[in-house]
Write a protein that binds this ligand. Structure first.
Ligand code: NAP
Length: 360
């Protein structure tokens, strides 16, 4: 049995990550085996370490990691249209064989995208989870499956017929435009035609937000959440039927977004909703959508298949741009310290990326 390097989480109770080895899995029907070149770090990874969420139903040692890019090393039965050596990006899952913080990862072939030559693997791996989080919040149906609490604003996907530019002339707000998710929410809002696209960020990240498609940037250090509705009203007097809050951790941020949202509109939040129950309709027709951003479960699989089908072209044309990249020292071995920085809020306007070849 061949072994590979992997960042292992050995116990459920806030265990430490340890660089070790585990077997290289073989692809099953419909899967590809990816030899990872670069993997990206996400807040979900420190939640996995602290709380063992997502991984607790699988065998330990667990493996974290949501985002990867690399080359196809092997094809499972029935996989068509892909070849060994193809360079692809993917969102991972948390069954140890399908997680990203290791040298090889198994992925379903229907939800991968070829990396075009204008983007490196280090850049490409910044996209999958952030893109899925933005896309599910915007385009998934209200409750998927019916009665569940995960869903989106049910807007028309920009890669569907009639979707591109459909919301032309309608204003929107993305709270946290320099975050990984916020960057992709701005880019999707632009593809959907929203205008103006208003966002909040630190001043030094305004250019980053503008490059993604924001038309107006508000410095959240100078404008408190209570002042945000007035700041938005000074930019547009049109009703905002859709607001995306990528930094939804505080009640104040959700209250401000809810106050700005027009009647019958949808607020998408990346953290548990604090302004109402997900998908319930308030008296004025407003609803809050809270997404579970895995593309590998439930009905999000279909939306993800369509999105991945369009993704290579969108990256090639520059419609979808990766996050800024900051490389972690030491590859997989550098991830635990880098995750601490992420958890402490020390990361600004970049995605942390580990290059597998840098692992000792
Ligand atoms: N529901 C899901 O399935 C799901 C999936 C992915 C992520 N998430 C959640 O979504 C959130 C964003 O994740 P991420 O990976 O995009 O985070 P990230 O890139 O690590 O976020 C860092 C950014 O947050 C910005 N920020 C911090 N406080 C802010 C505030 N008060 N107003 C505006 N911007 C602020 C910072 O902006 P400046 O540097 O400009 O100050 C920084 O650039 C996290 O809470 C994460 O847990 C949820």
């Amino acid at each position: 049995m061949s072994l590979q390097k992997a960042l292992l989480l050995c116990s459920k109770d806030a265990g430490r990550f340890i660089l070790g080895t585990r077997p290289i899995p073989r692809p099953g029907a419909g899967q590809v085996l990816v030899k990872n070149i670069a993997v990206a770090l996400n807040p979900a990874d420190f939640y996995i370490q602290k709380l063992a969420i997502f991984v607790d139903e699988y065998d330990f040692p667990a493996v974290a990691g949501c985002d990867g890019a690399g080359t196809i090393a092997d094809l499972g039965e029935g996989v068509r249209g892909w070849r060994v050596g193809d360079k692809i990006l993917y969102q991972s899952h948390w069954n140890p064989d399908t997680a990203a913080f290791q040298e090889h990862t198994l992925v379903d072939a229907v939800r991968i995208a070829k990396i075009p030559p204008n983007v490196t693997c280090e850049q490409a791996c910044t996209l999958p989870l952030a893109l899925a989080t933005a896309a599910i919040g915007m385009y998934a149906d209200y409750a998927q499956p019916p009665g569940s609490r995960s869903g989106g604003a049910a807007l028309t996907e920009p890669w569907a017929e009639g979707g591109r530019g459909k919301y032309a002339g309608q204003p929107t707000l993305v709270i946290g435009g320099s975050s990984s998710v916020g960057q992709l929410a701005i880019q999707l809002a632009k593809l959907s035609g929203f205008d103006p696209i208003i966002t909040t960020a630190s001043k030094h990240n305004f250019d980053y937000c503008r490059a993604a498609g924001a038309t107006h940037c508000i410095d959240y250090h100078a404008t408190a959440y209570e002042q945000l509705p007035a700041a938005v009203a000074a930019i547009t007097d049109k009703p905002l039927g859709f607001v995306y809050n990528a930094i939804a951790l505080s009640k104040e941020s959700q209250d401000a977004a809810w106050a700005i949202l027009a009647p019958n509109g949808t607020l998408a939040v990346t953290a548990p909703p604090l302004v109402g129950k997900a998908n319930d309709v308030a008296e004025d027709g407003k609803r809050v959508a809270w997404m579970s951003a895995s593309v590998h479960v439930g009905p999000h699989q279909d939306m993800a298949k369509r999105m991945y089908g369009a993704l290579t072209g969108m990256i090639e044309r520059g419609d979808i741009q990766p996050n800024n990249v900051e490389l972690v020292h030491g590859g997989l071995a550098g991830i635990p310290d880098a995750l601490s920085c992420l958890e402490e809020g020390k990361i600004s306007g970049v995605k942390l990326v580990a290059r597998i070849a840098d692992t000792p």
